[in-house]
Design a protein around this ligand. Structure first.
Ligand SMILES: Nc1nc2c(ncn2[C@@H]2O[C@H](COP(=O)(O)OP(=O)(O)OP(=O)(O)O)[C@@H](O)[C@H]2O)c(=O)[nH]1
Ligand SMILES: [Mg+2]
Length: 407
């Protein structure tokens, strides 16, 4: 009931808003991302609806005229699912469903659905299931028929409220069971992490689809699943990597996204422990993406959320700008005196200078796919890891030369 096994493309529409916080360009960017998410989940997007609003209608989110327009389209084209970019309250979701008679999904729901499709191991399945139940719990009012099949009709008699209460209890029981199951796996994982000894730990982090797994594969000769869809990776992979003669552990983990559902951050806590406990973070960025600066901000927000909780000292971070092979700035013709230069016209060199200054030189521009600049990247990682390594094994200091002397 909670997960879809195979992808059958469903007829989909997207619904977004233009508001004071979100102008037309932003709204378009968000819907582009939502469309990519929808596609990853198995949706074929036929149309987008956008409404200018100051505040959403508390009952139906959209205004009554707009929702009528959407309804006509849904009926004409036999739409299966309407996806809202914004979070809907349980009430709104219900009301809209009653009007449109198709599946109503919001962004959180969609992301949870993708995670459910992608979860391979019993560990990530448990994490996703927990997040799904936590999303479901406040939405149970009026949704009790949802659980009807599972219960095989027993307890279906009596007034609705009682049934909702029963459902709530079933869901709460399930949540506490899943939490217990996770806690026991977490313990095992913590032991495993402990067994890895004092090797320096490096974690790849970044927005989804930026090339973390691809980079992991090229520098560790491993074979992590990478593809051009969102959230290809859910489970963490850890590999021992040796650069020169210096060994360290490199982990590849789940990608981040704008407004990552809090339920997921919560239930993926131990997957994210890898990030929390890392000595060095490699923050991978897809510089060819028009919104890469927003992506950096979203990632930093999530990193703050998962790392500052334990009052940790700030970790060293290297900003890794990937996909330089497909980066193309917009060009202003020489005789064009009107177009103003914006960031979209920056050359790679200009971006490099900007970022080198912003992060004290801890930035590097590469292509993981074409293996461009990887040697400089390795040198940078080597030097950083070495600095951390020798604080941990001071007697080893003489072992590690400068990267150049190793060649
Ligand atoms: N052009 C180009 N494409 C790249 C580069 N690095 C990765 N890609 C492509 O980008 C897509 C996503 O790569 P992944 O390695 O799966 O990205 P990820 O960050 O692990 O993504 P998630 O696990 O989904 O969060 C794949 O289609 C890769 O082939 C690069 O340097 N240049
Ligand atoms: Mg990946």
């Amino acid at each position: 009931m909670l997960e879809k096994e195979e992808i059958t493309y469903e007829k989909t529409i997207l619904i977004g808003v233009i508001s004071q916080k979100q102008d037309e360009t932003k709204s378009k960017e968000y819907l582009d991302e939502l469309e990519f998410l929808a596609y990853t989940a198995g949706g074929n997007v036929l149309k987008r609806f956008v409404q200018k609003i100051t505040s959403p209608n508390p009952k139906t989110f959209l205004g009554s005229g707009k929702i009528q327009e959407v309804l006509e389209y849904v009926e004409q084209h036999e739409i299966d699912v309407a996806i809202f970019d914004d979070e809907l309250s349980p009430g709104q979701q219900n009301n809209i469903e009653k009007i449109l008679h198709c599946k109503i999904i919001d962004r959180t729901n969609l992301i949870l659905d993708i995670f459910a499709q992608r979860a391979q191991t019993s560990y990530s399945r448990t994490q996703v299931e927990l997040a799904q139940y936590e999303y479901l719990l406040p939405r149970l009012t009026g949704m009790w028929t949802h659980l009807e099949r599972q219960r095989g009709g027993i307890g279906m008699r009596g007034p609705g409220e009682t049934e909702i209460e029963t459902d709530r209890r079933i869901v709460r029981d399930r949540i506490s069971l899943l939490k217990k199951k996770l806690a026991s796996i977490d313990k095992q994982m913590a032991v495993q992490r402990g067994n890895r000894g004092a090797l320096v730990r490096v974690a790849l982090v970044g927005y989804t689809n930026v090339g973390k797994s691809t980079l992991m594969n090229v520098i560790s000769k491993s074979n992590v699943f990478a593809e051009n869809k969102l959230f290809a990776t859910l489970d963490t992979t850890v590999r021992k990597v040796v650069i020169g003669n210096l060994p360290f552990l490199l982990s590849d983990t789940v990608g981040f996204i704008r407004k990552l559902p809090t339920q997921l951050v919560e239930s993926f806590k131990s997957t994210l422990d890898e990030v929390r406990e890392a000595d060095l973070l490699l923050h991978v960025v897809d510089i060819s993406h028009p919104n890469f600066e927003d992506h950096i901000a979203s990632v930093n927000l999530i990193l703050d959320e998962i790392t500052t909780k334990d009052n940790q000292v700030e970790k060293p971070i290297i900003m890794v700008f990937n996909k330089i092979d497909v980066y193309k700035p917009e060009v202003i013709e020489e005789d064009d005196l009107i177009t103003e230069k914006t960031k979209s016209h920056y050359t790679l060199k200009e971006w490099e200078e900007t970022w080198m200054n912003k992060v004290n030189g801890e930035a590097i521009f590469i292509s993981a796919l074409n293996k461009e600049n990887l040697d400089v990247f390795k040198k940078m990682v080597y030097e950083k890891v070495k600095d951390i390594h020798v604080t941990r094994f001071p007697y080893n200091k003489f072992l590690y030369q400068d990267y150049e002397d190793l060649q």
